[in-house]
Design a protein around this ligand. Structure first.
Ligand code: ZN
Length: 224
């Protein structure tokens, strides 16, 4: 048994669940989990078919992207983006990057998703912002993502690309991706009616932001 086999299996299970949900396709998307007091991550490999992926294919790298284990594959080309998010958001313990369909619709029309439902806004943030487009794997994309993280939301939409969901662990990150997809789907259908879409009152949005920030601060404290 390798030192991180349990965590590598958790990362594999998470990406396989996302495949099953149709949130990632082909070799697209990636998942990472922060390890050992925040000095390393387990991350899905680059360009590997999910159907034949095993825990041994999950890569372990330090925060400077140096491999900590002999792995059969290179880490995902988006690993630098994951690492930059962990540096900027000490409340995040796991990140899932997906190409989920309804969130992707909003990545094309370049339209943020407003606060529509309490249970969604309280988990992913009152507004899902659009991160401006840059090539996958580029330093520019990393910078664009980092520039948006200050709102402490747990979901972001990558313009002409897909979505990013953060969580304190893999279950929360994946659940946030599901909540984002629900909001995106319902918002899409609401917009197609041509009627005005009602959003949550500002004071409720502010309350949701406060609740989220408190929860994140507690998570940060817990890790110290
Ligand atoms: Zn992608």
């Amino acid at each position: 048994m390798g030192k991180y086999n349990v965590q590598k299996k958790q990362v594999l299970d998470c990406i396989m669940a996302l495949v099953e949900q149709g949130f990632v396709q082909g070799t697209g998307g990636n998942v990472s989990l922060l390890l050992q007091g925040g000095s390393a991550v387990a991350v899905t490999p680059s360009q590997r078919e999910y159907a034949t992926m095993t825990p041994d294919d999950i890569c372990v790298v330090d925060l400077d992207l140096r491999p900590l284990e002999e792995a059969g594959a290179a880490p995902s080309m988006e690993t630098a983006m994951h690492l930059a998010i962990y540096r900027s958001r000490p409340d995040a313990g796991a990140i899932v990057h997906t190409h989920q369909i309804f969130a992707s619709v909003f990545s094309l029309i370049n339209e943020p998703i407003p606060a529509l439902f309490d249970e969604v806004a309280g988990a992913i943030g009152p507004k899902v912002e659009i991160v401006p487009y840059a090539l996958s794997g580029s330093k520019e994309l990393v910078d664009n993502v980092v520039s948006k993280l200050g709102n402490r939301a747990n979901c972001y939409i990558l313009q002409n690309h897909g979505a990013l969901s953060l969580g304190r662990d893999l279950d929360h990150a994946r659940r946030n991706a599901e909540l984002l997809e629900k909001a995106a789907q319902v918002y899409y259908y609401a917009l197609t009616t041509g009627r005005a879409v009602s959003v949550l009152p500002q004071e409720v949005q502010d309350l949701m932001s406060l609740i989220m920030a408190d929860r994140q601060d507690e998570e940060i404290k817990r890790r110290r």
